[in-house]
Ligand binder design. Structure first.
Ligand code: ASP
Length: 325
């Protein structure tokens, strides 16, 4: 695999205009001699994120690897101030700190993650750096931030005026009750298949709004928020991380697919595993999204409101997931 220090930003159109140049330093063109001509680039993302999926799809079309395309795709939402559950503008914890979590996993089973990082917007790219530039899988908190700065990421204040205002409103309620948004714009988990037929993924979040300082959910935990097996498929999660972690949801889905379940059956089983431990309708949301190597899609959530965006054959489509309630 050839590393390119820089890809012409203009060649990425929307991405070039909107995402920090730093991200492009990590975009590599895959070895074109290994391109499987019949493999159409495939992008699947949690929530209604047409720009992100388009950016990833355009990158895949140009021969970027699945991992780089996923990191590029989610970077758009990390920078998007309208999205208040990821990156810049993400909802803070109950003390007003924006702390971000992310992970990546590639087709070789390599992975990287960062937990509870402050002041660094593009945490999925940072997780990729942990994977590629250190002998470790996870860096947390101040250590992750120090590493980010060493790698050239620019520290910045990620608490926007509107997120600050919403947090101040929340403070008036005076009781500790974190919020899970069941409607839109939660964790962005993206699965990509590149022209070599390789599957990789990225997952990025500001986590549960108004969480305790230091709380980490499922999103940066390999096997919970994201899991990839290039022989089988991949899965991502969004929603209440504590419930996903307890059942190691994404790993469970990939293992169920390995045993012959379709992505849809596997997602439904993983949601059922959570619900088995609760009486009646729970007051939280968890949603799973999965694909196998053929590009069959599965999506399922506890309550309605979850949707996913799929880009195949250059067409973006947002679809509402089925749910238990
Ligand atoms: N899964 C994330 C977390 O628990 C939050 C979310 O997706 O809404 O941190």
């Amino acid at each position: 695999m050839k590393r390119r220090s820089f890809i012409n930003q203009n060649s990425f159109g929307l991405a070039g205009a909107l995402i920090s140049p730093k991200i492009f330093e990590y975009s590599k063109i895959i070895d074109t001699s290994k391109i499987i001509q019949n493999t159409t680039p495939f992008v699947l993302s949690t929530w209604n994120v047409p720009e992100s999926t388009q950016i990833a799809a355009d990158a895949l079309e140009k021969g970027v690897s699945a991992l780089d395309a996923a990191v590029l795709g989610v970077a758009y939402e990390e920078k998007n101030l309208k999205n208040n559950s990821v990156g810049n503008g993400g909802a803070p914890d109950r003390d007003g700190n924006v702390t971000l979590d992310a992970c990546v996993m590639d087709h070789n089973g390599n992975c990287g993650a960062v937990l509870a990082v402050e002041n660094i917007m593009h945490v999925a790219a940072l997780a990729q750096d942990v994977m590629e530039k250190t002998p470790h899988v996870i860096l947390a908190g101040e250590g992750a931030k120090k590493f980010a700065i060493e790698q050239g990421f620019t520290p910045e204040d990620l608490l926007t005026e509107s997120s600050k205002k919403a947090w101040k409103e929340w403070l008036k309620k005076g009781d500790y009750h974190p919020e899970i948004n069941v409607e839109n714009h939660d964790t962005i988990g993206m699965l990509c298949i590149d022209k070599q037929g390789n599957l990789s993924g990225a997952c990025t979040t500001s986590g549960l709004a108004y969480k305790m300082y230091g709380r980490v959910g499922d999103s940066p935990i390999i096997g919970s928020g994201l899991y990839i097996d290039n022989n089988v498929g991949g899965a991502v999660a969004t929603g209440l991380g504590e419930e996903v972690i307890k059942t190691v949801g994404s790993f469970l889905i990939v293992e169920l697919m390995r045993q012959g379940r379709s992505p849809q059956e596997a997602c439904e089983e993983a949601i059922n595993r959570i619900l088995e431990k609760h009486e009646g309708k729970p007051d939280f949301q968890v949603a799973y999204l999965a694909t196998n190597k053929k590009g069959d899609i599965g999506a399922y959530s506890v309550v309605s409101g979850f949707s996913y965006t799929h880009n195949k054959n250059k067409i973006n489509q947002n679809t509402n997931s089925n749910s238990v309630y």
